[in-house]
Design a protein around this ligand. Structure first.
Ligand code: GLV
Ligand code: MN
Ligand code: MN
Length: 411
């Protein structure tokens, strides 16, 4: 039997799995569009499940469609050590965001199998449903697992076509039976690409993640009145898109009132009826605001609400400004952080401590279990982009660090 330190990720096998998964929903420009709970998401899940079964894992699905693939331990009564991430992507996303963390978990299982290693605790490789929140915002599935949301509330959320999350899960055959909390882990580790430029710029291989900034998401509906583009004089119009455009500019300016700046993004806009010669009667847009300081997030929300209400008032529009999710900033567990740091040092993998600008399922898991994250570099820090890329060597080194910490925790 190999000793823990000898077990390394198989670089080529990990890369081949990521590339094969990337064919499901592949876009012509080399990225992936695989939105949660679509037929493509089902294909990706089915492939993952078949790989896990071939690696000897048993597979369970919970009520939120989270998939738990278990490599059994010698003491099945002990809580599992968990690792994983997500298989869904942005509409024009990449092959690595989330997918790396899931397949690094699978690679860890495969490498332990090859080495004939037994652990005392089971190891669960998890796919969290809909991390990206394109369709159902708020990292609901890991949120339910961690007690942030009630399962009934999350399943009742609807997408822009009025389809509920519960119906969408049924439609792809991933509405599981198991209660969402049946599987409390003794620790959770998530491997992920950095999605920023720091590791690459410094020539380091692993980021030991200390924590992640907080986030609040909003859905704003602006209502005016539809009218004929050729006949209605400019001064009597109640143009919902024009009002929304002024609001987009105002919320952007609010980011610059604070130092360091929060990041505020309006990334989605729906115009009704979306016709070139009808004055828009209704417009909906999203706001995503993030900062490490929860007090700043609170102030930013207040200022955005005030600014948008003032614009609506001046433009004779109605406004509904709804917060759809919030996550406070999190600090990861010092024990998990130390384990990752020490594992990287043992394997002579260059590393540094860092914070995450992005949200991750690990932020939810940190509420219920000791949690840590392992970042690896990605090309030019580009993510949420079809051009997202990473090096096979870095992905394998991050996975080897993951194998070390999983084995340490699983005993
Ligand atoms: C996840 O992709 C996020 O928005 O941080
Ligand atoms: Mn991700
Ligand atoms: Mn993402």
């Amino acid at each position: 039997m190999a000793s823990g330190q000898d077990i390394r990720a198989d670089k080529n096998r990990l890369w081949a799995s990521i590339m094969e998964m990337g064919r499901i929903g592949a876009t012509p420009a080399g990225g992936v569009g695989r939105i949660a709970l679509t037929a493509l998401d089902k294909q990706a899940r089915d492939l993952f499940v078949s790989w896990c079964k071939n690696a000897g894992c048993s597979v369970r699905i919970d009520a939120m469609g989270n998939i738990f693939a278990r490599r059994q331990g010698s003491d099945p009564g002990v809580a599992p050590v968990m690792t994983g991430s997500h298989l869904d992507t942005q509409p024009l996303g990449g092959k690595f965001d989330g997918i790396y963390g899931v397949l690094a978990g699978l690679e860890a299982v495969r490498a332990m199998n090859d080495a004939g290693v037994d652990t005392r605790a089971p190891i669960d490789v998890v796919v969290w449903t809909d991390e990206e929140g394109v369709r159902f915002p708020g990292m609901l599935a890991s949120g339910v697992f961690s007690g942030v949301y009630a399962v009934e509330d999350a399943l009742a959320r609807t997408d822009s076509d009025g389809i509920s999350m519960g119906e969408a899960l049924e439609a792809i055959g991933y509405a599981g039976e198991q209660a969402p909390h049946a599987h409390r882990p003794s620790a959770f580790f998530e491997a992920h690409i950095e999605q920023g430029p720091i590791l690459e710029a410094e020539g380091r291989t692993v980021g030991v993640v200390m924590g992640a900034q907080g986030q609040r998401c909003f859905h704003v509906t602006v209502t005016g009145e539809e009218g004929h583009a050729g006949t209605l004089p400019m001064d009597v119009r109640r143009d919902a898109l024009l009002g929304a455009a002024r609001m987009v500019d105002a919320v952007n300016a609010i980011a610059f009132e604070h130092e360091p700046h929060p990041v505020i993004t309006v990334g989605s806009l729906n115009v009704r009826p979306n016709s070139p010669n009808t004055i828009p009667g209704q417009t909906q847009f999203s706001i995503d605001s993030r900062h490490p300081d929860n007090g700043v997030l609170e102030t930013v929300e207040k200022h955005m609400r005030e600014a948008c209400a003032a614009i609506a008032d001046k433009s004779k529009l109605e406004i509904h400004f709804e917060r759809v999710s919030q996550r406070t900033s999190v600090s990861f567990d010092s024990g998990c952080i130390n384990s990752i740091r020490e594992a990287a040092a043992r394997l002579s993998v260059s590393h540094r401590d860092m914070y995450s600008g992005a949200g991750h399922d690990a932020c939810n898991l940190a509420l219920v279990a000791p949690t840590g994250m392992i970042f690896v570099p990605c090309e030019r820090g580009i993510s949420h982009n079809e051009m997202e890329n990473a090096k096979a060597e870095d992905l394998a080194d991050g996975c080897s660090v993951l194998i070390q910490v999983l084995m340490e925790r699983a005993g």
